[in-house]
Write a protein that binds this ligand. Structure first.
Ligand SMILES: Nc1ncnc2c1ncn2[C@@H]1O[C@H](COP(=O)(O)OP(=O)(O)O)[C@@H](O)[C@H]1O
Ligand SMILES: O=C(O)C1=C[C@@H](OP(=O)(O)O)[C@@H](O)[C@H](O)C1
Ligand SMILES: [Mg+2]
Length: 221
């Protein structure tokens, strides 16, 4: 189980390698202000990579973060589909999960060579050792964390996720939480998704980015 630590960023309590944890703390009122956004934007020097389970909100929050900051948005899943010329369910059905993972690794490697942007990955990407190493080397990773009930509620809005076909989605997501959380925990920043309007989670992401940069500055001086 993941330790839920209230944010310690900027208070000198974390080691340099410890992720910035936004926990479930609410973002301060000004987190979505223009000036706050500008100061965060000025410190972004690499792609911001959203990781986490299916339904956590990587694509949704990624899109909003990109328009909020005025940075390009790329969804790795859409890029994989474009490269393959078919949908993710079709890639899984015709070529299998391993072929999807190989394509995912290649596509993310290519995307991480692009200038600063917001990159939403698919849920399995950060679990792949070489994709994870690349993201850690070239990107700033944010785990969008959500509990089982919230994930279930969110994935039920679409039924095109191959890993959730013909299975009990609650049992499968519970299994993936066990398997994948140890990898997602290695992200640079951890943000709890809020069960409310996406803007609440967006505010938490902005606050967490701000705290991450403040902590990095503190560690450098
Ligand atoms: N923070 C949020 N608040 C409210 N709804 C959200 C939030 N994040 C995602 N959603 C909704 O949940 C569903 C799944 O989100 P999505 O971004 O596709 O997840 P992921 O890319 O992590 O699989 C979508 O319908 C999306 O609009
Ligand atoms: O968790 C996974 O392994 C997957 C998650 C999906 O993306 P989202 O996390 O955006 O749903 C997509 O990449 C594919 O269906 C596999
Ligand atoms: Mg997605």
């Amino acid at each position: 189980m993941v330790e839920t630590t209230q944010d310690t960023a900027g208070h000198g309590a974390s080691s340099p390698a410890a992720p910035t944890r936004a926990g479930s703390r609410d973002a301060s009122d000004h987190a979505l202000d223009r000036a706050f956004g500008q100061s965060v934007l000025a410190q972004i020097d690499r792609p911001i990579v959203l990781v986490g389970l299916m339904g956590a909100g990587k694509s949704c929050i990624g899109k909003r973060l990109s328009s909020h900051l005025g940075l390009p948005f790329v969804d790795a899943d859409r890029e994989i589909e474009a490269a393959a010329g078919c949908s993710i369910p079709d890639i899984f059905a015709s070529h299998g999960e391993q072929a999807f993972r190989d394509g995912e690794r290649r596509v993310i490697q290519r995307l991480l060579g692009n200038p600063v942007h917001i990159l939403a990955t698919g849920g399995g990407a950060f679990v792949d050792p070489s994709t994870r190493a690349l993201v850690k080397e070239r990107g700033l990773s944010i785990w969008i964390r959500a509990d089982l009930d919230l994930l279930l509620k969110r994935v039920s809005r679409r039924n095109d996720r191959p890993l959730l076909q013909n299975v009990d989605p609650r049992a499968k997501l519970a299994e993936l939480i066990e398997l994948r959380h140890p990898f997602y925990e290695q992200a640079d920043i951890i943000v709890d998704s809020a069960d409310g309007p996406p803007e609440v989670t967006l505010g938490r992401v902005m606050e967490a980015l701000h705290d991450h940069f403040a902590k990095a500055k503190g560690n450098a001086s």
